[in-house]
Ligand binder design. Structure first.
Ligand SMILES: N[C@@H](CCC(=O)N[C@@H](CS)C(=O)NCC(=O)O)C(=O)O
Length: 281
């Protein structure tokens, strides 16, 4: 173990804002709520999505594109970009849509009164139930699907907030957290690798919201689009996850959904706002 000077926590933790370092220092705060008044735009479609093309955001835009690909025109949506690095998630309207100040947040205007839904897993489940799609019908199969959906919601913070943060984003590299979270992420990859050894998709032979939730995190990790950690985590050894990820990546709706609210990377692959299918054609 490397020798790093020991941190002795004070009796009471204090927010030393001016000493904070790292990529997220400007937006991290220990309190909730809005920091400023800001109205959100509302487009003409029933679903107003306020998001960004991160793995959590992409889950929802892929779901919308999958629903539209099945011919469900009532699934039309407007997608607006929330710039989390400049603190737009702390604007008053956004906080009203998601008191947790994180993308994605959805407001459904097709209901009796506008209905807000936050947490990507809750949004996937809401849309699956609203449209009767991408979720099994029988109670037993639905239980399996929701178990994997919630597995993702509980596991991904170890991959993103734990491994990704300390391996890719922390201003200094420390062995202890990188070891701890690499161990856990490899265990999680093995969980889904063993599971996928005898199934095409997470819940059997049907592509469901469980795949839509897991793919942007673990699928992107094994193909090298997340944290640049393929070699470090020896992702080539998870052959079933690799096969599953490549199949899903071939889906047209997945390719379309991944482009919505993307404001980085090559210019022709970016799409700040999406209001019409033609925006992606
Ligand atoms: N459990 C939440 C996590 C959402 C989340 O962490 N969103 C990140 C981007 S991927 C965010 O908005 N971060 C802004 C912040 O932490 O201030 C979900 O799945 O919706």
């Amino acid at each position: 173990m490397e020798d790093i000077s020991e941190y002795i926590p004070p009796k009471v933790w204090k927010w030393e804002q001016e000493n904070e370092e790292g990529r997220f220092a400007a937006i991290n705060r220990p309190v909730a709520g809005a920091t400023h008044e800001k109205n959100l735009p509302v487009g003409e479609h029933p679903h107003q999505l306020y998001s960004l093309a991160t793995p959590n955001g992409v889950k929802v835009t892929v779901m919308f594109e999958e629903l539209l690909a099945t011919g469900r025109q009532e699934a039309e949506y407007d997608a607006w970009t929330i710039d989390i690095m400049s603190g737009e998630q702390f604007g008053s309207d956004f906080v009203a849509a998601n008191p947790n100040s994180k993308i994605p947040a959805l407001v459904d205007h097709s209901q009796f009164s506008p209905t807000r839904i936050f947490e990507s897993g809750a949004i996937l489940l809401y849309l699956a139930e609203k449209f009767g799609a991408f979720i099994p019908k029988s109670l037993a199969d639905k239980a399996e699907c929701l178990s994997w959906l919630f597995w993702q919601m509980g596991s991904a913070p170890y991959l993103g907030g734990g491994f990704g943060h300390f391996y890719a984003y922390a201003p200094e590299k420390y062995e202890y957290p990188i070891n701890r979270f690499a161990m856990e992420v490899k265990r999680q990859l093995d969980v889904i690798d063993q599971h996928l050894a005898s199934r095409e998709y997470i819940c059997g032979d049907q592509y469901t919201i469980a795949d839509m939730a897991i793919h942007p995190w673990y699928g992107n990790l094994v193909v090298g689009s997340l944290y640049d950690a393929q070699e470090f985590l020896a992702v080539h050894t998870y052959t079933h996850v690799q096969r599953w990820a490549s199949n899903i990546q071939e889906r047209i709706a997945v390719k379309r959904g991944q482009r919505v609210n993307k404001v980085w990377g090559s210019e022709e692959r970016q799409l700040r706002e999406r209001h019409d299918a033609a925006d992606l054609d």
